[in-house]
Write a protein that binds this ligand. Sequence first.
Ligand code: NAD
Ligand code: UDP
Ligand code: UDP
Length: 319
Amino acid sequence: MDLSIERQVLVTGGAGFLGSHLCERLIEQGKDVVCVDNFFTGTRRNVQHLLDHPRFELIRHDVTFPLYIEVDAIYNLACPASPVHYQHDPVQTTKTSVHGAINVLGLAKRTRAKIFQASTSEVYGDPSVHPQPEEYWGNVNPIGPRSCYDEGKRCAETLFFDYHRQHGLDIKVARIFNTYGPRMHPQDGRVVSNFIVQALRGEDITIFGDGQQTRSFCYVDDLIEGFLRLMDTSDDVTGPINIGNPNEFTIRELAETVIELVGSKSELVNMPLPADDPKQRQPDINKAKEILDWSPKVQLREGLTKTIAYFDELLAQAG
Ligand code: NAD
Ligand code: UDP
Ligand code: UDP
């Protein structure tokens, strides 16, 4: 049962991969949901099934511009998350993170809404501490091709904590680790969707570098449960709090698992490693366990199987 008092909830980036799952869960909880998106990487199709719902509203809007509406809670997810997309227009990426944060924080300040920030494991950069606890300050290049995203998200965290200290805002900052699942865009460019689409089409699987770099992959349903639990904590809980699945795999292991689960004849090919690509990543989730009583339930093979089924159907529809 949902006991939280917030009714009117804004989700920025709500037509994206994570946002669409979040909107769905909030509607199920009986909330009124305002979904705001500029459709840069998200699509109407992701929220198609919600469009006729009487408690759901979709607004095309860019969060770098002010937004005046009345809400009790805000989830700020607006920002392209795939390196390919956030590097496409890096200036807009920084604007989205920084101006976007200022605008939603201004909105939260005026309405006294509780506000959640979708931060990222990228604030740890190419980490020299492993696994990464929240106390680690990170190893981030401030001037590289990933910086628009990493530093944008770091500055957004700064803004959240300053609005908390200076204006008493009730903030919830989640550091999200690599998450995958249905409704990722087939051209999203992130590793799980790339490998699944390539395997289903029988195309070569593109491994960047030698494939020995690691990531820890969380299934979307687990992640959204973590978001909701964090939002329901008392106002002394601000985060930052890591949310992700600590099971760590090399990119080569991921490729081999996808090929096996799809039953594909795809071959592995090596491509150049992008600049500043983190070598290893694994969340320390002790805080999430203690404070939220949360830990991920869906393991990689199960989550991949569900995601493969989604892409299989999507590609079949596309012909
Ligand atoms: P996504 O690209 O599918 O979703 C982002 C959404 O934000 C899209 O719908 C996009 O159109 C929208 N958007 C982008 N710029 C906007 C703007 N200026 N104004 C309004 N809307 C805008 O990515 P996702 O995986 O759903 O990520 C959602 C959030 O979670 C992002 O903030 C991302 O940084 C964060 N995150 C995701 C992951 C992950 O593994 N999925 C990991 C760490 C952090
Ligand atoms: N803002 C908004 N919606 C609101 C209130 C504020 O979009 O309901 C934006 C507005 O553009 C403002 C920013 O949030 O510039 C920051 O607001 P804040 O009150 O912190 O700053 P100020 O208005 O004093 O510059
Ligand atoms: N990667 C890869 N092939 C691809 C896409 C990504 O080998 O087709 C690698 C990428 O270099 C990185 C890892 O997979 O080491 C995760 O990449 P992704 O873009 O999904 O996320 P991030 O680097 O932001 O964690």
